[in-house]
Structures are given as structure tokens and as C-alpha cells.
Design a protein around this ligand. Structure first.
Ligand SMILES: [Zn+2]
Length: 350
């Protein structure tokens, strides 16, 4: 039977422990990471689940809470390390990034950093203490208040083809119909991100589930919570850490390129479409929202679809700033995003 050791703390099979990894001392506050260690009764791999590298995405901490209550250690083959709040500094200020005037304030763009910024020290501890003992990664990035994300990102360009297959298998096993092929060697998803760093430097395949957000009411938010729990359970089954077969969707949209309909101006975003339009077709130039001047009440800007596509992430009426999260529309014009029936998917178990 394997014993898992995380940050010099041993957890024996069939036991749970919360450990604290100290990071640094900021002005008047200690920055540290608390991790729940769930050691299964049976041998197996270790799954690392990260949440809140971005400090305002607190919906995912609720997923971790629900998950650790649901997991029976008698049934678990291997271990789960679950971190509800990876970035306590940004959580403390209620912001995506660390508010320290650094040139690397975004913790999910500052892995593999050379400096001592708070974000560098947080991500270095994740690398040294958590990636070093993990085999698979789930890193949550959900919507902040007012917007809801809606896709599962997988690594489509790991050098090792088997890692691509496992990452894709994890994404499909999450049982959510929108899947985004992330590129880890270029663009924003480089090895400065959790997924990129884990995959490129530590050979840990993973996924980035982005389901749910805040400010939409308890009924739909409970539903998103349930979808995420089913998703992790599906992953644990796919990775042979729980008995059984993951439940697949009848079909998936594999999203290659997508449009962000970001506003150019700040203001009150008044939507023209509701949540019921999620996962439906959007026509080029369709009117999606107006940005209203919060002082004169003039329409500052109309948000329209740049092309024909499928809506995945979306938002409610709320106050936005330039570049803010509104709608994500999968580009269906260039032929690179495709619906695939699950019958046509070859999913190899690791
Ligand atoms: Zn995020």
C-alpha cells in the first residue's frame, strides 16, 4: 500500500488530512496554500485538483467542497490532492490577479518564473510541492460574478502523443459537450500556465474545466455544481481511480478558434439574449448586448456576433470594463470547429 507524502506530511491509505504550505509573508498577512489530501484505500495514481489561481473565481471552491464530501476513500484507487484556494493573495483582494504592482501579477501566467513576486512564489510552491507528487491535473477556471464559462480545455499539442490522448480522454469523460483544444506552446496558453507548466515540464496531462459562474441564481448554480461533480467522477473512472465507466455526451463540439465579443468601453452590459441561447447557433451580426453609459444612459456600444458560430460562454446583465467577459462564440465558419458523435470517438484508457 502506498503512503502519499506532501510537503513532508505523510498520509496513510484510507485517511484524509489538510496540510498548509507556507509561501511568503506579505504586508500584515501570511500567504499560504491549504491542500486537502485524500489517500485512497487502494493503490493508484495521484490527481491534483487546483481551484482559484484567479482570486475572484470562487465558484470552483464550492466544487472542491462538494467533491471531498462525496469521495469514499474505500473506493478510491490512488490519491486526490485538492486545493480550494490556490491564490490566497488575490482571493484576499477579490481580484483575478495579485495586487502588488508586479510585472507578473496573474498567477496563471507566471509559472516557471525567475523572480520573487508573490505569483512566482505561489506557482513555484505548486510546482515543487504538488506537481512533483502528481500524475494528473484538473485546474478550474470558472466565471467570476456576472459571467459563466462553458468549456473543457485539453492539451492538444503536448509533444508526447499519449499525453494528448489522455488529456482528450479526460475532457471527454468530464461529460460536457463543449471541448476546447488548448495549445500549450504558443499564445496565452504557454508553459507560464498551470496546464502548460505541468504538461511541458512535468509530463502531467490535465484539463481545464470551465463550467459555471456566479450571479445566476441558486437553481442553475446548483446544476453547474452537479455537472462538475459528475465530471470529476467521470475523470476518476476514466483514469481507473474509481470503478465504472464515465458517462459520455451523445456529441461534442470540439472548438478550435472562437470569438470573444469583448466590449471596448466600460458600462452597464444589457444583454439581448438569455442563458437559453447557450450551445445554440448564433448568426453573424446578431445583436447580443448593449453597453450603456452608467451616467448619461446612452448606448455606448452594440455587441454583435463577428461571425456564424455556436455560443458557449455567456453572461448576465452586469457592469463591465473594457475587455470584460461577455460572450464566447465558437467559430463555425473556418471548418476547424466540429461536432463529433461520441460513437466516433476513440477513447483509450490509460
Ligand atoms: Zn481563471
Amino acid at each position: 500500500m502506498g503512503i502519499i507524502t506532501v510537503y513532508n506530511t505523510e498520509v496513510t491509505p484510507g485517511n484524509r488530512k489538510i496540510i498548509t504550505i507556507p509561501i511568503t509573508r506579505d504586508l500584515g498577512v501570511e500567504i499560504r496554500i491549504k491542500a486537502h489530501i485524500l489517500a485512497g484505500k487502494q493503490d493508484g495514481p495521484t490527481m491534483l485538483i487546483l481551484s482559484m489561481l484567479h482570486g475572484e473565481e470562487w465558484f470552483s471552491s464550492l466544487i472542491i467542497r462538494e467533491l471531498i464530501n462525496r469521495i469514499e476513500l474505500d473506493d478510491l484507487k490512488g490519491n486526490i490532492i485538492a486545493v480550494p484556494v490556490a491564490n490566497t493573495s488575490a482571493f484576499n483582494t477579490g481580484t483575478r490577479s495579485v495586487m502588488d504592482n508586479s510585472d507578473e501579477p496573474d498567477a496563471n501566467r507566471s509559472f516557471s518564473g525567475r523572480y520573487q513576486w508573490i505569483s512566482n512564489q505561489i506557482t513555484r510552491a505548486i510546482e515543487n510541492e504538488l506537481f512533483s507528487v502528481s500524475d494528473y491535473l484538473i485546474d478550474y477556471h470558472v466565471g467570476s460574478w456576472g459571467c459563466t464559462m462553458a468549456d473543457i480545455g485539453y492539451g492538444s499539442d503536448y509533444k508526447d502523443k499519449q499525453m494528448v490522448d489522455i488529456s482528450k480522454g479526460m475532457a471527454v469523460s468530464y461529460g460536457f459537450p463543449m471541448i476546447h483544444a488548448m495549445t500549450l506552446f504558443k499564445g496565452t496558453h504557454s508553459d507560464r500556465t498551470s496546464m502548460g507548466c505541468a504538461g511541458v515540464k512535468h509530463k502531467i496531462p490535465g484539463i481545464v474545466p470551465e463550467i459555471g459562474g456566479l450571479g445566476f441564481g441558486e437553481t442553475i448554480e446548483r446544476d453547474w455544481l452537479a455537472q462538475n461533480i459528475n465530471g470529476v467522477i467521470g475523470n476518476l473512472k476514466y483514469l481507473n481511480m474509481l470503478e465504472g465507466e464515465p458517462e459520455l455526451c451523445p456529441k461534442y463540439l470540439f472548438i478550435k478558434d472562437y470569438w470573444r465579443t469583448s466590449p471596448k468601453n466600460a458600462g452597464y452590459l444589457e444583454t439581448k439574449i438569455g442563458l437559453e441561447r447557450q450551445f445554440t447557433e448564433i448568426k453573424k451580426n446578431e445583436h447580443l448586448a448593449n453597453v450603456i453609459d452608467p451616467e448619461t444612459f446612452d448606448i455606448l456600444e452594440e455587441i454583435r456576433s463577428p461571425g456564424d458560430g455556436v455560443l458557449f460562454y455567456t453572461c448576465r446583465n452586469y457592469m463591465v470594463r473594457p475587455g470584460g467577459w461577455t460572450f464566447g462564440i465558437a467559430n463555425m465558419e473556418d471548418g476547424n470547429s466540429k461536432w463529433v458523435s461520441s460513437k466516433d470517438l476513440k477513447i483509450e484508457r490509460p
